[in-house]
Design a binder for this molecule. Sequence first.
Ligand code: PLP
Ligand code: ZN
Length: 435
Amino acid sequence: MTQTLAPSCSRSTAAMFTGLKCKECGAEYEAKAVHVCELCFGPLEVVYDYEALRQTVTRESIEKGPNSIWRYRQFLPVETDNPIDVGTGMTPLLQANRLARRLGLKRLYIKNDAVNMPTLSFKDRVVSVALTRARELGFSTVSCASTGNLANSTAAIAAHAGLDCCVFIPADLEAGKVLGTLIYAPTVMAVQGNYDQVNRLCSEVANTHGWGFVNINLRPYYSEGSKTLGYEVIEQLGWELPDHIVAPLASGSLFTKIHKGFQEFVKVGLVEEKAVRFSGAQAEGCSPIAQAFREGRDFITPVKPNTIAKSIAIGNPADGVYAVEIANKTNGNIESVNDQEIVEGIKLLAETEGVFTETAGGTTIATLKKLVEAGKINPDETTVVYITGNGLKTQEAVQGYIGEPLTIEPKLDAFERALERAQTLDRLEWQQVLV
Ligand SMILES: *Cc1c(COP(=O)(O)O)cnc(C)c1O
Ligand SMILES: [Zn+2]
C-alpha cells in the first residue's frame, strides 16, 4: 500500500456532506475510498445535510466566492478549506443567436467547457474534486481509466498538486490527447484494447495497488464535480433554470449530475422550481444508452465502440440506466448521430458561434439539430447545450473537411487574383445550394 497519512490539511468546521449511500438499496457507508455497495453492488453516492445547506448558503455568499467551481464548495464532498484550485469552472455561457437562428430556436445558450481550465475539457471539474478528496484520504498516487480528456486532467492537476500519477488510456487515442497527457510527465499506460477493457484492468489495479483512481474507487467524489455544470448555468441565467438541456453521454455520469445539481439548488431554495427537460447525445458507433432509450428498456446492452467520438466511446456505461430514467422522467430524449453528422456539427458550431469543439461537442450539436428538426425541442424553450471539450485536441476528425489556405506570392496582384477566385468559388457554392 502506498496510502499514507493525510497531510495536515485545514479542516473546515462545517463540511456539509455526511457520508455515502447506495443509490439502489440505501445502505450507508463512511466517506472513504469505496464506490460499490457490498450488499447489492449498486453505486455509492455522496449524501449532504440539505437543511444545514439551506441555512448557510445564499446567492450572495456564492457570488462572493472564488471565480471557480470552489464557489460551490459546500455542495462538494471535501472537508478542506484549501481545495486544489486551478481556476476550473465558471466558463462562459454564450447566447448563441446565430446558431439559434440557423436551427429555428429563440433562446439558445452554449455552456462552453471547451475553454475550461487547465486542460480544456469539463473533466477538470471532476478531477479537481477527486484529487482534493484523494489528498484528504491520504493517497499519494492518483490514477484513472480514461478516454483521453480525463488523462489530460488527472496528469495536469496531479502535477500541480504534487501527487504521483499513472494513467491508463486505450492505445488508439488521438495524438493531441496523448501529447496533452505526456507533457505533464505522468506514467502513461497505453492499453491495447478499448476503454471498457482499460476500465476492467484498472478495477483490478485499484484493488491491488492502493492508488486513488479518480473514476473507480474515488468515483462518488469525482462524479460530484459535474454538478457544478448545473450550478453555474443556474447562476449565469440570473438564478433561473433553463427549460431544456442537451448534453453528451459517455458513462452517463455528467448527465445525471447536472440533474442532481439542478435539484439541489431547488431543494435548498437557491432557485425556483421548474420542469427541465433532459436530452442526451451519443455517437451512433457507440450508443448503448440511446438504444436502450429508443427501445424503452430499463437496462443497458453493452456494445463495442466504433466512432470518431472517442472521448464518449464507452460501450458499457456505468450510469446508463440512470440517464435513461432521467430522460424519461423529464420528458426528454436520447438520440444518436453518425460520424459524418458529428463532423458537420463541429463545423456548424465553429462557423456560427466561433467555438471550436472536439468530437463530443460535434455529437451534441448534431443531436441538438436532429432534435429540433424532429420537433423534440420547442423553439420557445430556453435551451442550454453543454460543450464539453476543445477541438484542438481532435484535429484529425476534421482534417480534409475544412478547405485549405490560399497560398500566394507576397504581391498585391497575387492577392487580388486569389481573392477574386475565392469569391467566385463562394458564389458557385451558393448557386449549388440554391439549385
Ligand atoms: C468524459 C466526457 C464526457 C462524458 O462523460 P460521462 O462519463 O458521461 O460523465 C463528455 N464529453 C467529453 C469531452 C468527455 O471527455
Ligand atoms: Zn446497495
